[in-house]
Design a protein around this ligand. Sequence first.
Ligand code: NAG
Ligand code: NAG
Length: 203
Amino acid sequence: MAGSVLLVSLLLISCFEASCHGATLSSLQKTLIVTASPKKGQDLKAGEDIITVTWSFNTSFPARTDSAYKTVQVKLCYAPISQLDRAWRKTDDNLVKDKTCQHKIAAKPYSPSNNNFTWTVQRDVPTGTYFVRAYAYNSADEEVAYGQTTDTHKTTNLFQVEAISGRHVSLDIASICFSAFAVVSLFGFFFLEKRKTKNSQEK
Ligand SMILES: *[C@@H]1O[C@H](CO)[C@@H](O)[C@H](O)[C@H]1NC(C)=O
Ligand SMILES: *[C@@H]1O[C@H](CO)[C@@H](O)[C@H](O)[C@H]1NC(C)=O
């Protein structure tokens, strides 16, 4: 009992000192310029359509600002409208707790320019409104800088993804309607046939 309490305390302490003590987005410099191919408001189909992302170091910042950058991760992130009433997508300034960017697009060694990556929107991406963000990491794998395709308030340059499941549902509805139509036509056909037979018998 005492042993497990000690173990839990140790875990909590190590958690506070290491991973749980993550960087905050507001503390990061926004030194990356990120662009993505979808036009504002464009509708992409999960599993089919592609996104081309480019990123580079914003040279308005002093040279060597990026000297500690080792890797870059590009992610697909939920816009506020797709986070409403969904605690599991909630934004938290503490990046360990942040759930804004759940879909990884690319992970690459850092380079200040000529970076681009083309990604097919994965089939597990749910219907929603999105933007793209890139984080730069240092050699200790801590976020040290970022950039994104939208403004600070996450209102500009947003695009939509339409999930596979949504399309299947509409396909299912279409096939149900078609079956119903087929059944009705079949009954209608029998009814007409019967009447025709009856009519010819009466003649
Ligand atoms: C580059 O950084 C400067 C200074 O922070 C900023 O004013 C400018 O808008 C940035 N450029 C781009 C393309 O984001
Ligand atoms: C795209 O990336 C390749 C390397 O992967 C690079 O040679 C090329 O210049 C990049 N293009 C742009 C427009 O950044």
